[in-house]
Design a protein around this ligand. Structure first.
Ligand code: FEO
Length: 174
């Protein structure tokens, strides 16, 4: 059985992941509007991944006999000054999420909840990838600056990103 403190913290994380999903869907809308369909695809895949993160935590709370309580999702930004600004915001946001996951892990350690620590390990690794992916795109966009051909090429590259269901959900479905 989950203790109340952890149950509340996991519910807060479900909300944070749904907020992240909403943020990236908003960035996808911005990129469509800005004429960057490949970047919009990248953010749409990111949106789906965030929904997966919320679902993993949801399933975990249920599996531990806890109660999932879905809180309202706060509004997100709807415009950025450039695609680069959107990706910089992505990195900044992912760094914040890394902090949230670390705090959750810290709480699970304090509460001697080993199952929660084990479940969170996947998220800890995932955050390293999330930050790295955003950083790589930012580096390229900073190099390209306002070069039209460069922007066209990176948009084409980001159009190739495809969604794969997060491993913990894929395993659960087997
Ligand atoms: Fe769910 Fe992007 O961290």
């Amino acid at each position: 059985m989950l203790n109340k403190k952890l149950e509340e913290a996991l519910n807060a994380q479900i909300n944070a992941e749904m907020w992240s999903a909403y943020l990236y869907l908003s960035m996808a809308a911005y990129c469509h509007e800005n004429g960057n369909p490949g970047m919009a695809n990248w953010f749409t895949v990111q949106f789906k991944e965030e929904q997966d993160h919320a679902q993993i935590l949801f399933n975990y709370v249920v599996a531990r006999g806890g109660r999932v309580l879905l809180a309202p999702i706060d509004a997100v930004e709807t415009a950025w000054k450039s695609p680069l600004a959107a990706f910089e915001n992505t990195l900044e946001h992912e760094q914040k999420v890394t902090g949230l996951i670390n705090n959750l892990y810290g709480l699970a350690t304090e509460e001697k909840d080993y199952a929660t620590q084990s479940m969170l390990k996947w998220f800890i690794d995932e955050q390293v990838e999330e930050e790295e992916a955003a950083r790589e795109i930012i580096d390229k966009l900073r190099m390209i600056k306002d070069n039209g051909y460069g922007l066209y090429m990176i948009d084409k590259e980001l159009a190739a990103r495809t969604y794969t269901q997060a491993a913990p959900l894929a395993t659960a479905a087997e």
